[in-house]
Write a protein that binds this ligand. Structure first.
Ligand SMILES: NC(=O)CC[C@H](N)C(=O)O
Length: 390
């Protein structure tokens, strides 16, 4: 058996963990966060919202099902580095096309395994997410620590533009039939045209919109409101994405301009934060974030059914509840773990957003109804506008 190559992980507080390398060789510095999902490592690694982050997987075995191109959320792994307890180099799954270590190596992503991820997660949970570095080449913790300390904080970083598309395109792929939980009648009828602003969009969101019968036009993060409206969309979608939402100033300005256009809008995660900021809200950095597949969210708005949704989440920032007192939006959903804002809607316009991932790839599908709600709000808005015009 080949000998394992040594690697180290150093956190900004000076803690050093020793493990072994998998994936690419080299050094990766970024914000160290943890994800508690027991499935979906490939979807996590290819989710553009993880840009700039080194992800610790609390799931103790990674790589068992290999890598399958159809499961990619973008065209490559987006995480800066991977921290694992144990890695399986020999996948066992009929869909697998490549092993996880080979995939990460091919895309130059550094991984470290053999780490006590339970101890590491407890540390991040008690002290908060912090910068760290993993390296297969700098094995002196003091030298790596100096690099970690020189790295910028996630707070203040606008990463959405770099994660966005650089061209406008139409997206037509749907999710596979196993995903269709909705009555087929909901999925037919006139196609609604949606302009999706890509701040680092996950493919499954675009697939779900297409499955719900939408014609989806994806535009770059810096597309001005006039250009977006020039497609005469029935609705506008604001995507998830990496970095600090408050730093996406151009996106917030675009959202403000779109509010005046009286169009249905739907935001997910970064898109939700941007919509909230455009309506006068503030955001703050969570201590260790919400990253996993079993985060409880509840609609606590008046007249809501108060059903609890188990949701997929991945975020390090959140909107502050108090900042909505004088806002045209009301808070709807809250995260039941820490009572942070998980959803909002405009008081008078057909605009709503959630902090979690209704497309949930991977994760539970409790929140898939939000796509249907978006489509219904576009249909209703279109019919009302026709009646007014008549
Ligand atoms: N998944 C996302 O869109 C994340 C939003 C934002 N980057 C955050 O960490 O809070």
């Amino acid at each position: 058996m080949a000998t394992k190559q040594a690697a180290i992980l150093v956190l900004a507080d000076g803690t050093c963990y020793r493990g072994y390398a998998f994936g690419a060789s080299g050094t990766a510095i970024g914000e160290v966060v943890f994800n508690t999902g027991m499935t979906g490592y490939q979807e996590v690694m290819t989710d553009p919202s993880y840009r700039g982050q080194i992800v610790t997987f609390t799931c103790p075995e990674l790589g068992n099902t290999g890598v399958t191109p159809e499961d990619d959320e973008s065209d490559r792994p987006q995480v800066r580095g991977v921290i694992a307890r144990n890695i399986t180099a020999l996948p066992s799954n009929w869909r697998s096309r490549q092993s996880l270590p080979d995939y990460l190596k091919a895309h130059n992503v550094v991984g470290i395994a053999g780490i006590d991820t339970r101890a590491l997660t407890r540390k991040l949970r008690s002290l908060g997410a912090m910068n760290g570095g993993i390296s297969t080449e700098i094995l002196d913790p003091e030298v790596l620590l100096a690099k970690v300390k020189a790295a910028p904080s996630m707070q203040g970083q606008n990463l959405a533009q770099a994660a966005s598309t650089d061209r406008i395109y139409e997206w037509a792929d749907k999710t596979i039939p196993e995903w269709e939980f909705t009555e087929p009648s909901q999925l037919t009828g006139e196609a609604m045209t949606v302009v999706a602003i890509d701040f680092g969009v996950k493919r499954n969101i675009l697939r779900r919109l297409a499955s719900y019968g939408c014609r989806v036009i994806v535009v770059p993060a810096d597309t001005p409101a006039e250009k977006i409206l020039s497609y005469n969309p029935d609705g506008i979608f604001l995507s998830n994405g990496p970095g600090d939402p408050a730093a996406v100033t151009q996106g917030i300005e675009t959202a403000k301009a779109l509010l005046a256009a009286d169009k249905p809008m739907f935001g997910i995660c970064l898109g939700h934060q941007i919509l909230g900021l455009s309506m006068g809200g503030d955001t703050f950095k969570l201590k260790f974030g919400h990253r996993g597949l079993n985060q409880p969210a509840q609609n606590q708005a008046e007249n809501a059914d108060r059903r609890v949704e188990i949701t997929s989440q991945n975020h390090g920032f959140a909107l502050t509840g108090e900042s909505f007192e004088a806002s045209p939006a009301i808070l709807t959903h809250i995260n039941l773990n820490d009572r942070t804002v998980a959803g909002l809607e405009h008081k008078t316009l057909p605009i709503f957003s959630v902090q979690y991932h209704p497309e949930a790839s991977p994760g539970p599908h409790d929140a898939d109804y939000l796509f249907e709600r978006f489509v219904n709000s576009m249909r209703e808005h279109k019919n009302n506008s026709k009646q007014v015009a008549a």
